[in-house]
Design a protein. Structure first.
Length: 158
């Protein structure tokens, strides 16, 4: 016997071709709630990544300062204008700037706080500095401390 369709019925294989409006609204609402929960966490992660990257840059610059003193066989001075987030490595005698870095206000590194424990440190060609140096970089709840010993050992600590 042949199946006859009554008015308004679809064949069994075509009975469900799409989503209802309620299903779509429910799915979009769930996605919106999850996105709202994740956005602050993603922001904190990006901020922590920026601080880590800035700490790596500062650590490399401090190591470079010890290298420059040995290469040029002249004492170098690391000085910081921490309010504006600028530090420089320059010849102690001539004042020639060998390295200048601006961390605060950089569009990529965002707004950070740069603090030097000692505003001025001299590095001698023998690889010894006048004092140990501690640099703190912070942004929001994330911070890193970079230490340079008098012997030129540079370390990043959380």
């Amino acid at each position: 016997m042949e199946d006859r369709l009554t008015t308004g019925q679809l064949p069994p294989d075509r009975s469900r071709l799409g989503f209802t409006m309620v299903e779509l609204v429910l799915t979009i609402t769930i996605i919106g709630i999850l996105a709202g929960i994740m956005i602050p966490a993603i922001g904190r992660t990006m901020q922590a990544t920026r601080v880590k990257r800035a700490a790596a840059i500062v650590a490399a610059d401090l190591e470079n300062a010890f290298t420059l003193a040995g290469r040029f066989r002249r004492p170098m001075r690391i000085s910081c204008t921490c309010g504006s987030g600028i530090y420089t490595v320059a010849d102690l005698a001539g004042g020639t700037v060998r390295l200048r870095r601006t961390l605060v206000g950089d569009s990529d590194l965002s707004n950070m706080t740069l603090t030097f424990g000692t505003p001025t440190v001299d590095i001698y060609p023998s690889g010894v500095s006048s004092a140990a140096l501690q640099v703190t970089i912070s942004s929001g709840s994330s911070s890193r401390v970079i230490t340079a010993s008098t012997a030129g050992f540079v370390r990043i600590t959380p």
